[in-house]
Design a protein around this ligand. Structure first.
Ligand SMILES: *Cc1c(COP(=O)(O)O)cnc(C)c1O
Length: 431
């Protein structure tokens, strides 16, 4: 495998773009080596600037749930483009996608479209504060909610990978309103609530966190949060930017049968275009401007091209329940295959898996929160990542990420992935 163009591009990029990339994890700092520059993608494959092909395990961090360059979405975008790219005025498509989201996501009665997951979570917190008249909120250690100032306190994803979870530029004033709790620990929430009675506007979490690697909620945990929030008048926000339309068409809230007050969405919702959304109970969403006093706006929000892509994606998922059984079966085959290989090689590593998401943690201990995720051997993960890349498998370039599988993975490709996994694990354990 020749990697020349990517190297050259990265060298040049570093002169003009901070760190050479437009989003930190892409720089491969957590795994060593230089990032691969992508020329195109199709189905289960992405192709780099040297024309190497890789099997996709990230899928643009989630959006490409049907594989890349899906003809249905491509055609919807091309057709929409023929009528102009932006109007800054309401369109029929926005009404249609809003109605569809309300029908798909249990907690959402009204919804506002934005341009990214970051915008969705920033706005949701503002609305929860406006609604309750309280300032503080609880977030979980290692969960990632985009790069809004108040979320960059023990944030997951790239923020862990880059080793500076508490970012410079976030003021002490902002940080003091963010209360931190360990995931999967109801007692810790009770303690925070008791110490800050009537001051907490919201509790936000990834119901199934993928940004510290994948972890699963313990039995009764999400319902426990629901009960505490009901009792204390706290707005419960599920950040389903990653899990929405992936774990089920109604996201983790549908899968676990726990309905939050507000939900933030992104990734799949735009079918690969930059889209986010936040929604929830009518009485809360009625506080959003111009219906209510909480200001939130966007020049390109509800952009007609982005809505065409998103609407096509969501309509397809809504009409094809079999997508989810197909994704579950693909995820099951891969996660089971990896577990079998790990034990057949006499190794002891943890595989967390749910539906089409999984993480292989280089630790033998159970991983159920940020503290346990950090036990993983990140140097060994870096070697594994490179050993997989060399074999044409494109993983997320950090231990602290979930993988996102697509329906484009055939049984033959799954076999390739599992064979590569076996060879890679052998290679990195050679004395
Ligand atoms: C990706 C992600 C975000 C941020 O979305 P962007 O579109 O990158 O701003 C927020 N929350 C979760 C759970 C995410 O996975």
């Amino acid at each position: 495998m020749q990697i020349t163009q990517s190297k050259n591009l990265f060298e040049k990029a570093k002169n003009f773009i901070p760190g050479g990339v437009n989003s930190p994890v892409r720089a491969f700092r957590a795994v060593g080596g230089d990032p691969i520059f992508i020329k195109k993608a199709d189905g289960a494959f992405i192709y780099d600037e040297d024309d190497n092909a890789y099997i996709e395990m990230i899928n643009s961090w989630g959006p490409m749930i049907l594989g890349h360059n899906h003809p249905m979405i491509r055609e919807a975008v091309i057709k929409a483009m023929e009528n102009g790219t932006s109007f800054g005025a309401p369109t029929a498509r926005e009404v249609e996608i809003a109605e569809l989201i309300v029908s798909m996501v249990p907690s959402v009665e009204k919804v506002r479209m934005v341009n990214s997951g970051t915008e969705a979570t920033m706005s949701a917190i503002r609305v929860a504060r406006g609604f309750t008249g309280r300032d503080k909120f609880i977030k979980m250690e290692g969960h990632y909610h985009g790069h809004g100032d108040s979320f960059l306190i023990s944030a997951g994803s790239g923020a862990i990978t880059m080793g500076n979870p508490d970012s410079p530029g976030v003021t002490k004033g902002t940080a003091k309103d963010t209360l931190l709790a360990p995931y999967n620990n109801l007692e810790a929430i009770e303690e925070l609530v008791a110490a800050n009675r009537n001051e907490i506007a919201a509790l936000i979490l990834e119901p199934v966190p993928g940004n510290m690697g994948l972890a699963l909620p313990k039995e009764g945990y999400l319902q426990g949060l629901r009960d505490i929030c009901n009792r204390e008048g706290i707005v419960l926000i599920f950040d389903e930017v990653m899990t929405g339309f992936r774990l089920a068409k109604g996201g983790a809230q549908e899968l676990f049968g726990v309905t939050p007050d507000m939900t933030t969405l992104g990734k799949i919702i735009g079918g690969g275009m930059p889209v986010g959304a936040y929604g929830g109970k009518k009485e809360i969403m009625e506080h959003v401007s111009p219906a209510g006093p909480v200001y939130q706006a966007g020049t390109l929000s509800g952009n007609p091209i982005a809505m065409a892509a998103g609407l096509t994606m969501l309509n397809y998922l809504n009409d094809h329940a079999e997508v989810y059984s197909q994704l579950n079966s693909i995820g099951e085959k891969i996660a089971t295959g990896i577990k079998e290989t790990v034990s057949s090689l006499g190794l002891n590593y943890t595989v967390n898996h749910l539906g089409s998401m999984y993480s292989l943690f280089f630790t033998g201990e159970e991983v159920y929160d940020f503290g346990t995720a950090k036990h993983a051997d990140t140097a060994l993960f870096g070697k594994y990542f490179q050993a997989m890349l060399k074999r044409g498998i494109y993983l997320a370039p950090s231990q602290f990420e979930s993988l996102f599988l697509s329906t484009a993975l055939t049984d033959d490709l799954i076999k390739n992935i599992l064979d590569a996994n076996k060879e890679a694990l052998k290679e990195i354990h050679q004395p």
